[in-house]
Ligand binder design. Structure first.
Ligand SMILES: C[S@@+](CC[C@H](N)C(=O)[O-])C[C@H]1O[C@@H](n2cnc3c(N)ncnc32)[C@H](O)[C@@H]1O
Length: 317
């Protein structure tokens, strides 16, 4: 019997845009569907080594939520909720094992942390477009050191904002004001050349009733609470609402977000939901698994437009 003619499958090679790790064959129809929307990939490894694989001038927005230098080894609690548990059970670890160590946040001090960051930014900056932005998310421990480092690498004139993420939760101290914010330092790759679209919020004054106004540099967004649906159990996970503000403001539609310390993948999911491509790195295999799982779930939730393909699909690299 003569078989009906089949369209030639397309071979995707490692050289395709965002296609690192791709080597399988797909039909043109499937391929067209998979390339219809934003694309995301997650790589496991050290930011230092992986940054060297990025093309020059290929990234619009770098968001790096770096280790804060807390002196702790962060652990994912046993029984961490849905996403982490699903990932862990597929890995045969039953909720990842009790208090599985997730990432090491021990540095000798903020100067050592800044040196760690310096080495990685030096390799990463050539990949950032001239119109791009770089955001480093840190806290009171290393903020001053990171600011000086960015001044040195990008120039003081490239400073755009010192954002305060005011998250509400947290303890209090009898010996000082309660620390209830993180710091996000935003610099342009080239002073004065960056793309930016100010997010808008509803105006509160009676004079502007019913209108919107530009968001300020104080981002009052609650931290993820224990019952939040988006909670994965990954330590230090940031709220999607925060990352949607940052990605929407700092990366043009259709642009590329790089998160070289992506953890549970919050920035990658924000990028995908807002129609930006995303590349995530993390040294932790566990983080990458959770990030891929979230991207896969976002693909389903967001009308199947997200081409996470085999790059972000859980269980693949
Ligand atoms: C503060 S957490 C990021 C949390 C993330 N923003 C989220 O919402 O889940 C920092 C991440 O940096 C990762 N990390 C630490 N050292 C790294 C390195 N050398 N290269 C890549 N990732 C690293 C850790 O594994 C951790 O997931």
């Amino acid at each position: 019997m003569v078989k009906p003619a089949q369209p030639e499958p397309e071979k995707l090679s490692r050289g395709d845009a965002h296609g690192a790790g791709l080597s399988e064959v797909r039909s043109p129809a499937v391929n067209a569907q998979l390339t219809a929307g934003p694309r995301a990939r997650v790589e496991v490894g050290d930011w230092l080594a992986l940054a060297a694989t990025l093309d020059a001038q290929s990234v619009d927005f770098v968001y790096a939520d770096i280790p804060f230098g807390t002196g702790r080894v962060h652990r994912t609690p046993a029984g961490a909720n849905r996403v982490a548990s699903r990932v862990a059970s597929r890995e045969g670890g039953g909720a990842g094992g009790a208090d599985a160590a997730t990432f090491d946040d021990r540095f000798a001090g903020p100067a050592e942390l800044a040196a760690w960051l310096r080495a990685r930014l030096v390799v990463t900056l050539p990949s950032v477009r001239d119109s791009g932005l770089v955001a480093i998310h840190c806290d009171w421990r290393a903020c001053a050191h990171v600011r000086l480092l960015l001044d040195e690498l990008l120039g003081p004139a490239a400073f755009v904002n010192h954002l305060i993420w005011s998250y509400g939760l947290g303890g209090s101290s009898p010996r000082g004001f309660a620390r209830k914010h993180d710091d996000i330092l935003l610099f342009a790759r080239r002073a004065g050349a960056h793309w930016f679209e100010a997010p808008r919020v509803p105006a509160t004054s009676a004079r502007l009733r019913g209108q919107s106004k530009k968001m300020t540099d104080v981002l009052a967004i609650p931290a993820i609470n224990n019952m939040a649906a988006e909670r994965t159990g990954y330590p230090t996970q940031k709220p999607l609402a925060l990352l949607e503000v940052l990605v929407g403001a700092c990366c043009p539609p259709g642009g590329v977000v790089l998160d070289p310390c992506c953890g549970s993948g919050t920035s990658l999911v924000a990028a995908a939901r807002l129609g930006r491509d995303a590349v995530g790195f993390d040294v932790s295999e566990r983080a990458a698994q959770i990030a891929r799982e979230r991207l896969w779930a976002a693909r389903t939730a967001d009308r199947g437009l997200l081409n996470v393909g085999p790059m972000a699909r859980p269980g693949t690299r």
